[in-house]
Write a protein that binds this ligand. Structure first.
Ligand code: AMP
Length: 211
């Protein structure tokens, strides 16, 4: 049975980068609620239309709607051997709903990996974050520079612009950070210092802590 892992940390802490690599190497799916919402926005689905105002302003999508989407995803066949949740849960009610959902199936989260990066560093990281609209690959102009030949086609996420970053950080501290304590109480919290270290170095730290 594979691991069920939750990635925690502020926006821009490096959760996505690590989650993608971990999922690849462990052969389990990477489930990012932000990616699911952005895909629906791009494709103009009903869900996309419903969540647009939240994503544009950097606010959280309502808990019940988010949890329903995750629940639908977790019952898919490829999740049977574990998965990496990235960007979910993002509030204590979401963490409670996830715990209940798993408990009903006799399951539980095995590890909650919290990548800890101070706010001052987060603001700099988000403004330097760029992504490849074709592959979805994420780079950072300072910490994880893209290959020169693709640099031109990279785009900045709308919600990585400075006005929205402040809102997202505030939401993170008020609503999301309390779930660190939630997973600590469950005995599965793993803290990873994420400051001033390359993605490779952070990945090594995660592998060591997962044993
Ligand atoms: P992310 O790519 O994880 O930074 O998510 C981008 C945006 O999607 C967030 O700013 C929220 O508006 C929304 N979102 C992603 N995950 C969640 C979640 N678990 N709960 C509520 N909103 C979410």
């Amino acid at each position: 049975m594979g691991l069920k892992i939750v990635m925690l940390g502020a926006p821009g802490a490096g959760k996505g980068t690590q989650a993608i690599r971990m999922a690849q190497e462990m052969g389990i799916p990477h489930i990012s609620t932000g990616d699911i919402f952005r895909k629906n926005l791009r494709e103009g689905t009903d869900l996309g239309k419903e969540v647009q105002k939240y994503l544009d302003s950097g606010a959280l999508v309502p808990d019940q709607l988010t949890c329903d989407i995750v629940a639908d995803r977790l019952v898919e066949e490829d999740c049977a051997n574990g998965y990496i949740l990235d960007g979910f849960p993002r509030s204590v009610p979401q963490a409670e709903m996830l715990t209940r959902f798993l408990k009903e199936r006799g399951e539980a989260i095995d590890a909650a990996i919290n990548i800890d990066v101070p706010d001052e560093e987060i603001v700099g990281r988000l403004s330097a974050r760029r992504s490849d609209p074709e592959t979805g690959a994420v780079y950072n102009l300072i910490f994880n520079p893209p290959p020169a030949e693709i640099a031109e086609k990279l785009i900045q996420r709308e919600d990585d612009k400075p006005e929205t970053v402040q809102t997202r950080l505030k939401t993170y501290h008020e609503t999301t950070a309390p779930i660190i304590g939630f997973y600590e109480k469950l005995g599965v919290l793993k803290n990873i210092p994420g400051s001033n270290a390359s993605p490779d170095e952070i990945y090594k730290r995660i592998m060591i802590i997962l044993g």
